[in-house]
Design a protein around this ligand. Structure first.
Ligand SMILES: C[S@@+](CC[C@H](N)C(=O)[O-])C[C@H]1O[C@@H](n2cnc3c(N)ncnc32)[C@H](O)[C@@H]1O
Length: 247
């Protein structure tokens, strides 16, 4: 797909309040403590499911397509996408997370466009074939999450896809749901202590996705391959614009 210039759209830039997870007044990098241990923690806590939830997105992409990793963090998925021939942009406001991602890209010998930016302020000049928001929306409280999700949707070409990897909405009986809540609450609270992410229930992107024009696909991922499937990937493929008929 070709990259299309981005016209001015409705302004979803300004969050309703200072979003949780924002750098503090002094501009401190809130991820400086998390960055060195982030990959290890996510791998152990999810039993590899977080990686698989990001990797399956790449399988839906074609070499040459453009992809934005929004809040792309330490860049594991971004580097893999670049390795497989995608034109990758990684945007993140944390210098510590970006430094990890850049070191990884250097080791892999791949090129990525790096944007150290706050996505509330960023306005891309061109649209993307894919935008990936992986464990990114849960940085925010519900209202800001919805605004950011709408914002990222606006950066897609017609027919482009928004990919979300995150915790799966509650499933199963009472005990299973309680265990799932605890599994979500512990890392959220732990991260919040360092990064000030919002504390909130698991977000359910199913209902929102079903209401959008386009095609929604979901895939669940088991912890340690045989454990509970508490991680989910959503792919919302937007509708292609019908080409104008020659008159
Ligand atoms: C929980 S981490 C997720 C990292 C990665 N996407 C993954 O798959 O694990 C959230 C990331 O989003 C970044 N972030 C949060 N809010 C942001 C914003 N407004 N603009 C840019 N990056 C942001 C943080 O710096 C952090 O690297």
């Amino acid at each position: 797909m070709a990259r299309a210039p981005l016209p001015e759209g409705p302004d979803s830039r300004v969050p309703s309040r200072v979003p949780s997870g924002a750098p503090d007044q002094a501009g401190t990098d809130l991820y400086r403590v998390a960055a060195p241990i982030y990959d290890l923690c996510t791998a152990l806590w999810s039993g590899g499911a977080i990686w698989r939830s990001r990797r399956c997105q790449i399988e839906a992409m074609q070499p040459g397509e453009s992809v934005l990793y929004a809040g792309g963090g330490t860049g594991r998925a971004a580097v893999e996408a670049a390795r497989r021939g995608m034109r990758v942009t990684l945007a993140d406001r944390s210098p510590a997370m970006l430094a990890k991602a850049q070191a990884r890209a250097l080791r892999a010998g791949v090129e990525i466009e790096w944007l150290q930016t706050d996505l509330w302020d960023y306005q891309p000049e061109v649209r993307f074939d894919h935008v990936c928001a992986n464990h990114f929306f849960n940085v925010y409280g519900e209202a800001d999450m919805q605004r950011m999700r709408a914002r990222l949707m606006g950066w897609l070409v017609p027919g482009g896809s928004l990919h979300i990897a995150d915790f799966r909405p509650l499933v199963g009986g009472r005990l299973a749901r309680m265990a799932q809540r605890v599994h979500h609450a512990i890392p959220l609270a732990g991260c919040s202590a360092f990064t000030r992410n919002a504390l909130h229930p698991i977000y359910d992107h199913d209902r929102w996705g079903e209401q959008q024009p386009g095609r929604l696909q979901v895939q669940d991922h088991r912890m340690w391959w045989i454990g509970p499937g508490w991680y989910r990937t959503w792919r919302l493929e937007t509708e292609s614009r019908t080409p104008a008929q020659p008159t």
